[in-house]
Design a protein around this ligand. Structure first.
Ligand code: GLU
Length: 288
């Protein structure tokens, strides 16, 4: 009988603010699953967006998690230190004709959507916002080359129709729900490298889960739709497929999802107010 591979989970926050109880809930889920199974729990800082991420938040995240009583295996992976690896993945997709440069600004896209849809309010919206109308997909190779040579800023978009047609129908294993069918096309031509960031969340998270051997992705259910796109990238790149366990999101007394704006719920503030790590673990919905 083949041995079951060890469970590898991870917590992958973006250092765009202080951790709140919702993050603690998520981190504790992954940590507990790994520890109960004698597996590995990894920590990754997804700091690929230079406009939103800050080193002081990164330091605070590590400190808060340690205070909460979490330990992690191996070194913390810091995405901004691995840009050439993401570049190599982008190059591999580009070499297969699956990416194209997009020079559009947000305003260009909004104008195009408004002009092309008979009823703009019916314009398709995907999990990451309005679907890209495909303007730059239709540019000739010569025009692309000329605009890049002129130094025009551009993003890199996935040619979704081409990507989807080059892989078999996809699904993923959601714990407790079995196999769920994927519909990555609902993202349209997703951005995989932004004008202002060398690679997108979708590319980096999928790359790193594969590289680090993550076998179970535990994360909030707000990211469940993204799994369709992540499975597509895994299939295109030949990366292994982890299982997924999307958990419910913590809400405040009014039933609103906890967010970074709710300062009262940061681990820092709870700690300053005299709460113990055990109390905060219980507040985060994962009691000892
Ligand atoms: N870095 C993402 C965030 O902070 C989470 C990534 C993931 O768990 O897939 O929301």
């Amino acid at each position: 009988m083949a041995a079951t591979p060890p469970l590898v989970t991870r917590f992958a926050p973006s250092p765009t603010g202080l951790l709140h109880l919702g993050h603690a809930h998520s981190a504790l889920q992954g940590w507990r699953r790994a520890r109960e199974a004698g597996g590995r729990f990894l920590l990754r800082l997804e700091d690929i967006d230079p406009g939103r991420c800050r080193p002081d938040f990164a330091d605070a995240i590590l400190e808060d998690l340690a205070w909460l009583g979490l330990d992690w295996d191996g070194e913390v992976r810091v995405q901004s230190r691995h840009l050439p690896e993401y570049r190599a993945a982008l190059d591999a997709l580009a070499a297969r004709g699956l990416l194209y440069p997009c020079f559009c600004t947000r305003a260009d896209i909004a104008r195009e959507v408004a002009a092309s849809a008979a009823a703009p309010h019916l314009a398709a919206v995907g999990p990451d916002g309005p679907l890209y109308p495909g303007t730059c997909r239709r540019l000739s190779e010569d025009e692309r080359a000329a605009r890049i040579a002129r130094g025009e800023a551009h993003a890199l978009r996935l040619d979704m129709a081409r990507a989807v047609s080059s892989v078999p129908p996809l699904s993923f294993e959601e714990e407790g729900q079995g196999r769920l069918r994927c519909d990555p096309a609902r993202f349209g031509d997703a951005v995989l490298a932004r004008k202002d960031a060398p690679a997108s969340y979708h590319l980096c998270v999928t790359h790193d889960d594969a590289l680090q051997g993550v076998t179970l992705v535990t994360r909030g259910e707000d990211l469940k739709p993204a799994t369709d796109l992540h499975r597509l990238l895994q299939a295109l790149m030949g990366w292994p497929e982890p299982a997924y366990a999307h958990h419910g999101l913590l809400t405040d007394a009014a039933g609103r999802r906890l967010a970074k704006r709710d300062r009262a719920a940061t681990l820092r503030d709870l700690r300053a107010a005299g709460r113990s790590p055990a109390e905060v673990r219980a507040l985060a919905g994962v009691p000892d």
